[in-house]
Design a protein around this ligand. Structure first.
Ligand code: AFD
Ligand code: MN
Ligand code: MN
Length: 428
């Protein structure tokens, strides 16, 4: 079942077919000179997928305001439909990652059936103990898994276990735990004890994980706790994941680090330690800006993928989960998510065409200039024809944004989906 008329895609593609064929052939010749088989690269890119966060299809906001767009999804079924559009056009996002309790549903098997219909599956499920829900017994104002009060911790643990139960019904295989816990003032919290309390709670969640599940520990340097978060950096998440056991790993959100931190170095270390859970892709200039992937620092995104491709090339065992985690304040979320998915694919393709043996030799010979040039050649190569072919071969759109705009989808759904409230911020 497709959301948009496949004929529309075909018509658009038809006009561009000749250009794509000749661009692909030309790139194939260039890569052959580097002893790289373009078809082999294309097949790897075609097998790559990045999940969409259910909250990403709604308009985001800042702490100051939210400016809702037309036709925003009203519920989880609408969100799935929007994800179906993204998947149909861009063919890079086969998974959806739910956030509980933002995504409410009285019939999870029905939701799974709808997803199946679109050809979508469910990726990691996310818990939410960073905001209070109506009627809950204990407030998370001063923390959740690390709260000083045992009853609040127990409530947060129970919520995470409930998320696992929901995830099992829809086919998820991982629980992502991000907490807003921390402090705003020096001295507010006993730093070691808060971490110990977090661990104690996390152990209870870990104990409830099914055998074939993983637990992703997501760190974040600050916000909403601006003096110190309990799981602040990859060191803290690594300590937690190590203490918990082999099913716990560290999730790297690209916006959750100190400024200028070398993220690809963190990725390399986590791969070596067998603790890389996966990624939340987004881009940022200052903090957890949640801008579109690769919109600010595409070279950094490429360098992350370079570590992944290098590790795969060296046959290291790891299986990262890939997800976008963005907030769309001034764009149509569907357009941003399609663009970001293609950007992530692009970084992967660029990393795949790095001449590994040349790079190895330059590194071994301490030839800094040749090593950096060799690496950068991958980034500087325009792999667009590979991405276009991947979409084309899978029945997607050569130019997804153009087809999306021509489809009138947003205007159509806006008729059934009344505008949501515009006041209030609350992006995390
Ligand atoms: C947070 C984290 C985390 C969380 C999300 C909610 O990135 O992934 O689920 O925002 O919007 O900053
Ligand atoms: Mn995230
Ligand atoms: Mn974030």
């Amino acid at each position: 079942m497709t959301v948009l008329d496949p004929g529309l895609i075909q018509d658009h593609n038809h006009r561009l077919l000749r250009h794509v064929a000749s661009d692909y052939e030309h790139l194939g010749e260039q890569l052959a000179r580097r002893h790289i088989d373009i078809d082999a690269v294309r097949q790897k890119v075609a097998a790559f997928g990045v999940a969409i966060p259910s909250w990403g299809v709604g308009t985001g906001g800042t702490r100051f305001a939210r400016f809702p767009g037309p036709g925003e999804p009203r519920n989880v079924f609408d969100k799935l439909q929007d994800c179906g559009v993204i998947w149909q056009l861009a063919r890079a996002t086969p998974g959806v990652s739910l956030h509980i309790p933002w995504d409410q549903c009285s019939d999870w098997p029905a939701l799974r059936a709808v997803a199946d219909g679109y050809g979508l599956g469910f990726d990691a499920i996310n818990s939410n103990t960073f905001s209070d829900q109506p009627g809950q017994a204990h407030s998370y104002k001063f923390g959740s898994l690390s709260h000083t009060d045992a009853g609040t911790r127990a409530q947060a643990v129970a919520h995470n276990i409930e998320c696992v139960a929901i995830g099992q019904r829809i086919g998820s295989k991982a629980l992502t735990v991000w907490v807003g816990d921390g402090s705003n003032f020096p001295g507010q919290q006993h730093l070691r004890r808060a971490f110990e309390r977090y661990l104690d709670s996390a152990r209870q969640i870990y104990a409830a994980l099914p055998d074939d599940w993983r637990m992703f520990v997501e760190h974040k340097i600050c916000e909403p706790a601006f003096y110190g978060t309990v799981i602040q950096d990859w060191g803290s998440s690594y300590l937690a994941a190590s203490a918990l056991g082999p099913k716990a790993q560290c999730l790297v959100d690209l916006g959750h680090h100190a400024p200028n931190v070398n993220i690809e170095m963190i990725v390399a270390r986590l791969i070596a330690a067998g603790k890389l859970a996966g990624f939340h892709f987004n881009d940022s200039k200052y903090g957890d800006d949640d801008l579109d992937a690769g919109s600010i620092a595409p070279y950094r995104l490429f360098l992350v993928f370079n570590e992944l491709v290098a590790a795969a090339h060296e046959k290291l065992a790891f299986e990262p989960a890939y997800m976008l985690d963005q907030s769309h304040n001034v764009t149509d979320p569907i357009e941003s998510l399609m663009t970001s998915a293609a950007q992530v694919q692009r970084s992967y393709a660029q990393a795949l065409i790095v001449e590994r043996s040349l790079l190895d030799a330059a590194q071994q010979a301490n030839d800094a200039l040749l090593a950096s040039q060799t690496l950068k050649r991958g980034f500087e190569t325009d792999v667009t024809p590979i991405l276009q072919r991947v979409r084309l071969d899978a029945g997607g759109a050569i130019d997804p944004v153009a087809v999306y705009r021509a489809s009138g989808y947003r205007q159509r759904v806006a008729k059934d989906r009344p505008a949501s409230a515009g006041s209030g911020g609350g992006i995390v």
